[in-house]
Design a protein around this ligand. Structure first.
Ligand SMILES: *Cc1c(COP(=O)(O)O)cnc(C)c1O
Length: 473
């Protein structure tokens, strides 16, 4: 560095604003009003460190004007602020076509469930009996609905299906042996591995059969003095095809009962109504598992069921009773907002309105012709705007949506998408710009094009999506 440059640098460092000067800028004060001074001080400090190191590394001009330096620092602070704000949980537009998108919060709730959460967010009768004025059964109404919808004797609700499985196995398998097919020792994703959960519960694993074929006789041979459970896990996220065999639920139940064992099925997603018309015939129908003789069944509330995050346990009255009385239940139980949303969601099933009211099911059962005309209309509207600028291509293409959330591997509802491409910007850059929109838009990239699948976009979000896209031009 020559002498001139060195003295310019010294001058520039001398006019760097202090943390306090940066905090009292308009940007700083408006952030502090919403998020507090401590957070602002941290972001301001970070901004100034970055600015100092940029100057030291010769990046940016070594300006020695105090006001201009403050403006530059404020701009950088604004970038820090938006980075910080983007880490908050905000609603997004899901244009990926993945219906149960785990990273986007799985099932979007029905209007009824959202309203129920809102009204339960104050004092509520969650665990209070209004008839007697005494303590009531927590979540009792939702649990009764589950019994009504599945034919089970009893039900109990916990935080998620992983918690449900851990709790059930702790109650029925602790210190005992659990027989399970090698084809069902699965990892569901997000660290839920069947053998690990079993180990945590204090049960011992007794694997039988092979990855692709397990026969009833394999189970029977493995049953010994210390066996307490036959466990069936629905392999939610993969499918073995070809030379395969596995006993029916009814056969496993009969075998279990003949030996005085519990037959437990972890259905994962499961379905409360028959969804085979939509390609989901492989998903266990919970009422069928119960009528086939399962003693206890667990499934998620926020996968195909379309409700809030929860783990639903249904089955024999005496088992559910033991589960509810176990100390671990107290640690895994749900909050009142979950019960409220479940009451509303299950209520839609009870009224026979699930396909119309529950978003996951509405998206899944969306008519292909309707989706086509909706996508076509959106594409024409976009064309009008994009054709005025050169270098853009907007077209409607065939696409496949995805059920997602570790449900229904291989089921890909035929769909349509808007494919967007620009001569000047990569699909990745377009995707990034869309994520920065006021309501972030999450899209998918395929063969260098940005794809937007309207199946998972609510009609009420279409105007916002349109606005986000038009801003790209
Ligand atoms: C998804 C799944 C789980 C875990 O459910 P969460 O509700 O995510 O905890 C457990 N078992 C099976 C078979 C699953 O598909």
């Amino acid at each position: 560095m020559n002498d001139n440059a060195a003295s310019a640098l010294t001058d520039a460092l001398r006019v760097l604003p202090s943390v306090n000067e940066l905090m009292i800028t308009a940007s700083g004060q408006s952030f502090a009003a919403d998020f507090g001074n401590a957070k602002l001080a941290e972001l301001s400090r970070r901004t100034l460190e970055q600015l100092r190191s940029e100057l030291l590394n010769g990046k940016g001009s070594s300006d020695n004007d105090r006001d201009r330096m403050l403006i530059r620092a404020e701009q950088m602070l604004n970038a820090e602020i938006s980075g910080d704000l983007s880490r908050r949980q905000v609603p997004v537009i899901n244009a990926t076509g993945v219906i149960v998108h785990t990273n986007l919060g799985r099932a979007p709730l029905s209007d009824g469930a959202k309203a129920a959460i809102f009204s339960a967010a104050t004092y509520s009768s969650v665990e209070y009996d209004l008839e007697t004025g005494k303590r009531g059964r927590r979540g009792g109404y939702a649990e009764d609905l589950l019994c009504e919808l599945t034919g089970a004797e009893a039900a109990v609700i916990v935080n998620n299906c992983a918690a449900a499985a851990l709790l059930v196995l702790t109650v029925v398998a602790e210190g005992k042996e659990v027989v399970i097919s090698r084809g069902e020792l699965v990892e569901i994703g997000g660290d839920f591995r069947v053998p690990d959960v079993l180990e945590r519960s204090g049960g011992a694993l007794r694997e039988v059969g092979t990855t692709n074929r397990t026969k009833l006789a394999d189970y029977e041979k493995a049953i010994g003095e210390n066996t307490s459970v036959i466990l069936r896990v629905h392999p939610s996220n993969y499918k073995i095809i070809g030379f395969t065999a596995t006993p029916l639920n009814a056969e496993l139940a009969e075998l279990a009962h003949r030996h005085g064992l519990v037959f437990y099925e972890d259905a994962g997603s499961g379905a409360l109504i028959d969804l085979s018309e939509y390609g989901l015939g492989d998903e266990p129908l919970i009422s069928r598992s119960i009528s086939d003789g399962a003693d206890v069944v667990t499934f998620s509330g926020d996968k195909l069921l379309g409700g809030p995050q929860s783990g639903l346990i249904v089955g024999r009255g005496d088992l559910v009773d033991r589960i509810r009385k176990h100390p671990m239940y107290r640690a895994l139980r749900s909050d009142k907002l979950t019960y409220a949303a479940l009451e509303a969601t299950l209520g839609a099933y009870a009224r026979g309105r699930a396909l119309q009211e529950i978003p996951v099911l509405r998206m899944l059962s969306m008519d292909k012709v309707e989706l086509e005309s909706r996508t076509r209309a959106f594409e024409e509207k976009l064309h009008e705007r994009f054709s005025r600028s050169s270098g853009w291509s907007v077209e409607m293409v065939e696409n496949t949506s995805v059920v997602g959330g570790g449900s229904a591997p291989g089921v890909q509802p035929a769909s349509y998408a808007i494919a967007l491409a620009s001569d000047l910007r990569s699909a990745e850059a377009l995707g990034e710009a869309l994520r920065k929109f006021r309501t972030p838009v999450v899209s998918r990239i395929h063969e260098g094009k940005l794809l937007l699948d309207l199946r998972t976009v609510f009609e009420s979000q279409e105007d916002d999506l349109f606005e986000a896209l038009v801003l790209l031009v």
